[in-house]
Design a protein. Structure first.
Length: 390
């Protein structure tokens, strides 16, 4: 791990005293019902591999109610209790290589749409234990959020209102995460629940986001959603103008997160914003510097870089700190401002070269397209002349 990043963790932990605590989360109560199950409703048949009694069988799932599913095994129809199902591998129409290609090209919304289209027929069966749809759909929702966030950097809200296109993307992401919530067996279901809350925050629905967040409850330390939970707690507190409390939550997310992209860079950005608000530009500079360095060519890195440039251009850290944290804790004489200025200069040059490279590639692609068109025209002309000769 880079020394600078260790410094950020140390400074953040120092701020909050590296407190450790966990809130008691009441266990959900299970209400029993004496009501008879509704008749099985048949749906469009879905091909799948169903595992029951440790035996994996190719079947068609043709219907269900709240307690049973109806499947067709060859020509025979069989009912299984939901509790008997050990795993389900839905056979859906999904071009996984195409999804990977779109992700590699950062075509997030197209990748999301392709996944959702493939798994749309199985939305009624997401609660079936250990199925292969939940993880794909969690990714689809995350891709849609990434697309919306990238758009948000280019088109900031006007008067606190998102553009219709960005609002639609966050709304669609929210709907996808709500579908994943049906999979209560899924190890990442709490992540889906929290990401739905995050979408509500982006959509400006603080009241509903807060209410839903309180219903979810704190995960255990070490849980995959732990960092995401505290990042969102900090985000809610920040929206409620409780900046110092928001900073404490953001620091806890950073210090005890699994460094997962679900929350780590967002928590860093939250801490940076809080430091700006409490008029500590030095720590804001440090956090934005690390975020911009660690997450280059991402929406987080781009946002941090813009904020870092603003701080430096305004000269907010030009005056030396009253207490040199670098010197006190690390016996270092590093001039952080000089390091940041060098980083900004190098990154701007990299961005310039990257823009030029993309422009050349686009021009070459356009030329190649024209060349292929000319070849086709020439071939067609030769074919027509050959036909006339005959």
């Amino acid at each position: 791990m880079r020394r600078e990043l260790k410094f950020i963790f140390f400074a953040l932990a120092l701020h909050c005293g590296l407190f450790l605590f966990s809130a008691d989360t009441p266990a959900p109560s299970a209400a029993s019902s004496k009501k008879a199950a509704a008749p099985i409703k048949e749906n469009q048949p879905i091909k799948a591999y169903l595992t029951v009694d440790a035996v994996k069988t190719p079947v068609e799932i043709i219907g269900r109610n709240e307690k049973k599913i109806l499947v067709r095994d060859r020509s025979k129809e069989i009912q299984y209790n939901l509790s008997e199902v050990q795993s389900v591998d839905f056979k859906v129409d999904l071009d996984e290589l195409k999804v990977q290609e779109l992700v590699a090209r950062k075509k997030w919304d197209e990748a999301s749409a392709l996944i959702v289209k493939g798994f749309l027929p199985v939305f009624n069966y997401l609660d079936l234990y250990d199925n292969n749809a939940a993880e794909y759909l969690l990714e689809a929702g995350s891709y849609m959020v990434k697309s919306a966030r990238e758009d948000l950097l280019k088109t900031p809200p006007v008067g606190g209102k998102l553009s219709p296109e960005i609002e639609k993307k966050f709304t669609n992401a929210y709907k996808i995460f709500k579908q994943v919530e049906k999979a209560d067996w899924f190890t990442a279901v709490k992540t889906a629940q929290l990401k739905a809350v995050q979408c509500l925050l982006y959509l400006g629905n603080l009241e509903k986001a807060t209410e839903r967040f309180e219903e979810i409850g704190e995960p255990d330390m070490g849980d995959l959603s732990y960092g995401l939970y505290y990042m969102l707690l900090g985000s809610i507190l920040y929206e409620q103008k409780k900046v110092k409390d928001a900073l404490d939550a953001g620091i806890k997310s950073v210090c005890f997160d699994t460094k997962d992209l679900d929350s780590f860079p967002d928590a860093l950005l939250l801490c940076g914003k809080c430091y700006e608000d409490i008029l500590d530009p030095y720590r804001a500079r440090d956090v934005y510097y690390e975020t911009a360095s660690l997450f280059q060519k991402t929406e987080w890195g781009d946002e941090a870089f813009k904020k870092l440039k603003f701080i430096m251009e305004k000269g907010m850290t030009k005056k030396p700190e009253s207490v040199d944290v670098e010197k006190v804790f690390f016996d270092s004489e590093e001039d952080v401002n000089a390091s940041v200025e060098k980083f900004i200069k190098e990154k701007e040059e990299q961005d310039r070269l990257e823009t030029e490279r993309r422009k050349i590639e686009e021009e070459e692609a356009l030329e190649e397209e024209k060349r292929q068109e000319e070849i086709k025209k020439e071939q067609k002309k030769q074919e027509e002349e050959a036909e006339k000769a005959l």
